[in-house]
Write a protein of this length. Structure first.
Ligand code: IFM
Length: 448
């Protein structure tokens, strides 16, 4: 593969994390409880009864982590702010020490020339808000906008690039429909309301950010998007794929980027909540500066009448490569990003997450030889390059994740990091993929 200054000057090379997955310190310095703190304590919810109580202990080791980021040469770092750390009850009193943590982090990043990309919400809703209806009620959307304004007033003079939500699909459908993620609810009506109020809160938060720091904020959202392919050429499978695409992709992309709803999906879901669909679209479609894409895999489906609502069941094609969680399908990154450019034309696109979990460990000489991660990243970065060459405005690429971390219901079994974390000692070791990524950044192109 070519090694050259292949990417445009100013291209963003970053890595991402999220608060609950790395911070730990769940009950320190006045932090309130989040739905994930409670969910992890419910027996059987998380593999091995794990939780983010300690996670990668980033709350105490953040300086070391920022130094490592500088060693890799990242020019951007995407982290999330823990709402319960900043406003323990979700509304009302602000917790100074919690806010100070992010203030110090931003300063330390900037000292190293790393642009901070705070994400306001990566699934850790304060428990008191959940108890009042969580994402199924409009008050939570309003509280989110207030919280956005408070955080921006503290660090928005230095942190200019903001992401409102991470993967609202997972929050709404995983948390309120399938129930395998916090808060563990299985209720289709609640899920549809959660989609709506998450999106409304996004639009309100974009406005609040800009109001807190007029003229300086660049705001966006990070959506998990997959191309959806039918398992066969049958019309039934084609329909299943179209509807799955509607729920996974268009239900979020259309309102945010076009101010409309996907008609086929609304027709299917309207009976769950007849009134919600046409509401608030002007707020939800508040113009954004970039669209964040989290890409890992594609989705292949076949028609299956036993499956709820869209009658689509996943299929895992034989003969392809798989990671511990998903099929490896680099062409999907090109396909979905080019499509978003074609159908929605956002001004700027950032790949806000891309990465792989594979079993890796420390070798006899202290190195972590994670060749499969390097291959995965190389393949996906090559697709990003092709997008750029084809005129798709992709301005940056963030690896998920900078650190090994708490992978939600999988606990600590899945390692996604460029950096290996020993969860007993907290010790960090930059993996071979981290060194490889450093070379990519240094060359501003594809390393050999
Ligand atoms: O770890 C998650 C992250 O929290 C959201 N995007 C996908 C990652 C890997 O599953």
């Amino acid at each position: 593969m070519k090694s050259s200054t292949a990417f445009p000057r100013g291209f963003i090379w970053g890595a991402s994390t999220s608060a609950y997955q790395i911070e730990g310190a769940w009950n320190e310095d006045g932090r309130g409880r989040s739905i994930w703190d409670d969910f992890c304590r419910q027996p059987g919810r998380v593999r091995d009864g794990a939780s983010g109580d300690m996670a990668a202990d980033h709350y105490h080791r953040w300086r070391e982590d920022v130094n490592l980021m500088a060693q890799v040469g990242l020019n951007a770092y995407r982290f999330s702010v823990a709402w319960p750390r900043v406003i323990p009850a979700g509304t009302g009193a602000v917790n100074g020490p919690g806010l100070d943590f992010y203030d110090r982090l931003v300063d330390a990043l900037l000292e190293k020339g790393i642009t901070p990309f705070p994400t306001l919400y990566h699934w850790d809703l304060p428990v008191p808000l959940h108890e009042r209806g969580g994402w199924t009620v409009p008050d939570t959307a309003r509280a989110f906008a207030d919280y956005a304004g408070i955080v921006a007033s503290k660090i928005g003079d230095r942190a200019r690039h903001w992401i409102t939500h991470n993967e609202p699909f997972i929050m709404a459908l995983g948390g309120y429909f399938m129930g395998q993620m916090a808060p563990g609810i299985q209720d289709p009506v609640a899920a549809m309301r959660a989609v709506h109020y998450l999106l409304l809160s996004h639009g309100l938060a974009v406005r609040a950010l800009r109001q807190a720091c007029p003229g300086v904020i660049e705001a966006g959202i990070a959506l998990n998007v997959n191309p959806v392919h039918p398992a066969t050429g049958s019309p039934e499978d084609a329909r299943a794929a179209r509807l799955m695409d509607g729920v996974l992709n268009r239900l979020f992309l259309d309102p945010v980027l076009k101010g409309s709803q996907p008609a086929d999906i609304v027709e299917l879901l309207r009976s769950l909540d007849p009134d919600i669909w046409e509401r608030d679209l002007d707020v939800i479609a508040e113009p954004i500066d970039f669209c964040g894409i989290n890409y890992y895999t594609r989705t292949v489906v076949r028609h299956d009448p036993a499956m709820p609502v869209i009658e689509a069941a996943p299929v895992y094609p034989e003969g392809n490569d798989y990671s511990q969680m998903w099929e490896i399908y680099p062409d999907g990154l090109y396909e979905i990003t080019a499509r978003i450019h074609r159908d929605y034309a956002p001004a700027n696109i950032l790949i806000t997450e891309n990465g792989i979990c594979v079993p890796d460990g420390i070798d006899f000489d202290g190195r972590v030889r994670d060749y499969r991660r390097i291959t995965y990243l190389k393949e996906h970065i090559a697709r990003v390059k092709r997008l750029v060459d084809d005129g798709v405005p992709v301005g940056g690429y963030f690896v998920w994740s900078f650190l090994d971390n708490f992978e939600w219901t999988y606990g600590y079994d899945m390692r996604f990091g460029l950096t290996h974390v020993n969860y007993s000692t907290g010790e960090r070791v930059l993996k071979d993929s981290g060194r490889w990524f450093a070379n990519v950044i240094r060359a501003t192109g594809l390393a050999d």
